[in-house]
Design a protein around this ligand. Sequence first.
Ligand SMILES: NC(=O)c1ccc[n+]([C@@H]2O[C@H](COP(=O)([O-])OP(=O)(O)OC[C@H]3O[C@@H](n4cnc5c(N)ncnc54)[C@H](O)[C@@H]3O)[C@@H](O)[C@H]2O)c1
Length: 330
Amino acid sequence: MKAVVTGGAGFIGSHLCDHLIGQGHEVVALDDMSTGSESNLEQLNGHSRFELVKGSVLDKALVDEVVATGDTVFHLAAAVGVHTIVDKPLESLRTNMHGTENVVEAAVKHGARYLVASTSEVYGKNDADGLGEDSDRVLGSPLKSRWSYAAAKGLDELIAYVHGGDSGLPCVITRLFNVVGPRQTGRYGMVVPRFVDQALAGEPITVHGEGTQRRCFGSVFDVVPAMVRLLEAPAAYNRAVNLGGLEEVSISDLARRVVELTGSASELHYVPYEEAYGEGYEDMRRRMPDISLAGALIDYEPRWGLDDIVNSIIEHKRAVPSQPQAALAS
Ligand SMILES: NC(=O)c1ccc[n+]([C@@H]2O[C@H](COP(=O)([O-])OP(=O)(O)OC[C@H]3O[C@@H](n4cnc5c(N)ncnc54)[C@H](O)[C@@H]3O)[C@@H](O)[C@H]2O)c1
């Protein structure tokens, strides 16, 4: 495989690059380093089958040039994280819509297989017991910037799907449910690394809302190999496929679990949504995937439980401490 990984310097993208290189493939990562970092790829520095190209998916000519070198495209570049989306709504929309158009069109032009990383956010406020790929989308007002990520990702799916039908693009849409693991940063609103950072620093663990909202967290080490296998499974082409874990936990219990596993003395501190994200913020009560389609297509079965996932993050953060908040703001 000659793979192009957009967003390859990001959390999931860098693990995908590691995995592909480990499997003997050639990899070109394209990343504008907005939320990604070179340190995520330092283990691949100088590798003969790996190249990092710094640039944006909004640069159509560059995207065309990079995609021309590959036969497979994993499109992960996106504006990600609640803070990014709420703070930079227009820039985020541009990246998540026009960037995707550029990548998909290049994949069609150069006859490459295409996978797009979509998200459980497309289900919005649907809190059904096990969201299947055909479940309804229940989104808030399009004028609430919080939902613009879900709106753009929904369009990303549609662009891929239509090209799959009209242009015969071999494509897979993966809907990722709260993927976590080492290298994920808590800077943009990601809850698990943020809790771990706070616990390790002995600071209060800030739980947004009442903490009763429930989530399932999936390990990047389960999800990344599944993404590759899906793109190698023609039965998955032109379909959306949920990927994630099944162990459901409330956010308060997650915070307690992090405190226990880090051995921290941190206490839970509840912060209203309005204070964390501004007025009118809406959250989902529950989000749980039905992963039976991935099971049927590629025998997908999550192997990492929540404690293992949290421990892998703690271990990574102890080895590579996060930068202080002041440095991150600059
Ligand atoms: N982590 C999750 O739980 C999760 C859940 C659902 C979907 N996803 C999707 O998975 C993908 C990867 O997310 P992640 O969690 O690794 O986040 P991330 O922020 O670590 O990765 C995104 C990467 O895209 C890069 N990027 C952003 N704009 C770009 C642009 N214009 N041009 C080139 N590169 C650009 C960033 O620098 C970063 O390296 C995203 O598409 C995201 O929407 C992630």
